[in-house]
Ligand binder design. Structure first.
Ligand code: CA
Length: 272
């Protein structure tokens, strides 16, 4: 026996092997209701149920939403610790929902898609998803990705200056306690930078040791641990971070050091 679903997008059929579906259905209910809450946004009930069961077996709490509007309502109401977000949804698609979630803050989001093409689109749009998985997937792999992203989001920022809660480099200020970064304008007024968690971590890592050159592999180890991220993933996050710093009037603070990696260079004479 297999659990099947017909995706509305391009009529694609996905199949979860009976061994996985069967074991998921027989999983015990969540033993504790205190783990991080994952909002599972998935319009195919079979997939939503299986994912929720696997998440719960791993000690996480799961709440299902079956269309985009219900998902947005539950996101705002429940303030989940993470969102597992199918791209193709009725009501409001996953990309619009991701935009709405990003307007609200940096809640980690793993995108789920049946189409490999969507991954390029996602990377191209630079909407700030923390990771993505492509169907057909194995539920244990999805749980491992969820755990990895949660570890990143719940860990301390990389290489903070010892004993300090705030780092100030030039006109950038990082509040490590609040996991927030600010840009001070010409008038000295701080404006919060709308960074994803990964972008925040990269900025905190670079700013902890200004003018030091960090290799891509160092940045992956410290800002995307437990990830098998490739160099181009770091490049993509840094390019988004750069753009946000520029949009905040901070110019080209992050330098690419050819053949080595990146560094934060606040400019000669700037306070460090
Ligand atoms: Ca779907």
């Amino acid at each position: 026996m297999e659990t099947r679903g017909l995706s509305p997008e391009r009529g694609r059929l996905w199949i979860i092997p009976s061994s996985i579906a069967h074991s998921a259905m027989n999983l015990p209910a969540a033993p504790q209701a205190t783990g991080p809450l994952v909002l599972v946004v998935e319009d195919e009930p079979g997939i939503a149920t299986i994912l929720s069961a696997y998440l719960q077996r791993d000690g996480l709490r799961a709440q299902q939403a079956h269309d985009g509007l219900e998902a947005l309502r539950l996101f705002r109401q429940l303030k989940p610790d993470m969102v597992l977000l199918d791209i193709h949804l009725p009501g409001m698609d996953g990309l619009d929902l991701l935009r709405a979630i990003r307007e609200d803050g940096n809640t980690p989001v793993i995108m789920v898609t049946a189409l490999a093409d969507d991954v390029d689109k996602l990377l191209g749009l630079r909407l700030g998803a923390d990771d993505y998985v492509v169907k057909p997937f194995s539920p244990p792999e999805v749980v491992a990705r969820v755990r990895a992203v949660l570890r990143r989001t719940q860990a301390q920022p990389a290489a903070p200056a010892r004993g300090t809660q705030r780092i100030r480099v030039g006109r950038i200020e990082i509040d490590q306690e609040a996991h927030a970064a600010f840009a001070h304008g010409e008038d000295g007024r701080p404006v919060a930078l709308p960074l994803t968690l990964t972008e925040y971590r990269l900025l905190a890592c670079l700013a902890a040791q200004p003018r030091r050159c960090f290799s891509r592999s160092h940045l992956i180890d410290h800002c995307l641990p437990e990830s098998d991220a490739l160099d181009r993933v770091i490049d993509s996050h840094l390019s988004k971070l750069r753009r946000k710093l520029q949009q905040a009037g901070q110019g080209d603070l992050i330098e690419t050091v050819r053949g080595i990696g990146y560094r934060l260079w606040p400019g000669d004479g700037a306070p460090v």
